[in-house]
Unconditional design. Structure first.
Length: 367
């Protein structure tokens, strides 16, 4: 966000939630546990004893306090999870604190379940990926329906790099981010990495960059760092399309509208993904007025054989044209699907039939 210092000069400030990558657990600390019933307390005490971790028990509020080192915490969680049912892991409340510090009122909001702490510890590797900027991009071409040799643009598809050099899929990255409460940080890093990676390999034309609305806390803060990367790479803002993924999971249309207005006010364009996957996405169109929509790939799959799909896709294309919205059909894998979309005058097409994602932009002859 832009603010001013004492001299009246503009300064950039950031949202701390997006800008920092918190440690899941300090190397040494305390694990506070609040089991709901006595038999769970007994199981936890037995688990700690089996790995020689002392437990301090406060009978008045049924609190267990365990001092740990990092390997000891992981071992403890592993042992406990073998003895407790998933429901018991979820019902047991937990809080990690630094050494020799007791919980205070401000720490109440951090209390979670033992199951959530287990998941977060299992996703610690994601913090390392983000700190070390181990994020790559694959680029899938998007073509105008009239020319399959010159892409209209490319969609940036995120890939992670594990410590051993193997690839981490987007699903693995975002599942881990959800478990480790690092969704804000991952989405911010992904937007920046995709812009930089596209610039590095010379992607030209329009650049489609995905984001999840739930990861944007306040667009005035959260998007500022992305805008700086775009400026750093000297990319024309009008050539960047920010694409809302998981549109069907959006809970607040007004919040998403705020995000899209912020992008547009900054000179970018916006697209909605998976349109047609449910009534909610169609209902959003009058309020959000995207520049581009992407028809849900499930509707494109064998559309040439399905009268129901044909009716929906053709009406979507007609509706979008009436509203001045451009349409991309994605997930095209068969010539018959492409023929149907050509006949119904969709604007742009994307899919394995035309070009697979790759580390470099599409060139004629690459598929």
């Amino acid at each position: 966000m832009l603010g001013k210092d004492d001299t009246g000069e503009e300064q950039v400030t950031y949202c701390n939630k997006c800008d920092s990558i918190p440690e899941i657990a300090p190397k040494e600390g305390q694990l506070f546990l609040w089991p709901p019933v006595s038999h769970i307390t007994g199981k936890i005490l037995a688990a700690a004893k089996s790995i020689d971790l002392p437990v301090e028990k406060t009978a008045s509020v049924a609190t267990l306090t365990i001092n740990y080192s990092r390997p000891g915490l992981r071992d403890l969680i592993d042992v406990i999870s073998k003895d407790l049912l998933p429901e018991e892991m979820t019902a047991t409340k937990a809080l990690i604190m630094p050494p020799k510090q007791s919980p205070e009122i401000d720490d109440i909001s951090r209390i979670t379940s033992l199951n959530a702490i287990r998941a977060a510890i299992g996703a610690e590797w994601l913090g390392d990926v983000l700190r070390e900027s181990r994020l790559n991009s694959a680029f899938q071409p998007i073509f105008p329906i009239s020319d399959f040799t010159a892409p209209y643009g490319h969609e940036c598809l995120l890939r992670g790099v594990a410590a051993d050099g193997s690839e981490i899929t987007p699903g693995q990255l975002f599942d881990a981010a959800q478990s480790a409460t690092l969704l804000f940080q991952l989405d911010r890093a992904a937007r920046a990495a995709n812009v930089r990676n596209a610039h590095k390999v010379g992607v030209t034309g329009n650049l489609f960059i995905n984001f999840t609305p739930s990861s944007i806390y306040d667009p005035d803060f959260c998007l500022r760092s992305t805008i700086e990367v775009v400026e750093e790479c000297q990319i024309d803002r009008s050539s960047i399309v920010f694409e809302v993924i998981e549109t069907e999971k959006v809970r607040s249309t007004s919040h998403l509208g705020h995000i899209l207005r912020s992008y547009r006010d900054s000179g970018f364009r916006v697209a909605l993904d998976d349109v047609g996957s449910g009534y909610s996405t169609l209902n959003m169109l009058p309020d959000l007025r995207p520049d581009i929509i992407k028809i849900d790939r499930e509707l494109i799959d064998h559309v040439d054989h399905d009268n129901y799909k044909q009716a929906i896709v053709s009406k979507l294309i007609d509706l979008a044209k009436q509203l001045g919205i451009e349409v991309i059909a994605e997930g095209i894998e068969r010539q018959e699907e492409l023929d149907f979309l050509t006949e119904h005058k969709v604007d742009y097409v994307q899919g394995f039939l035309l070009g697979r994602p790759g580390p470099k932009p599409f060139t004629t002859g690459r598929a």
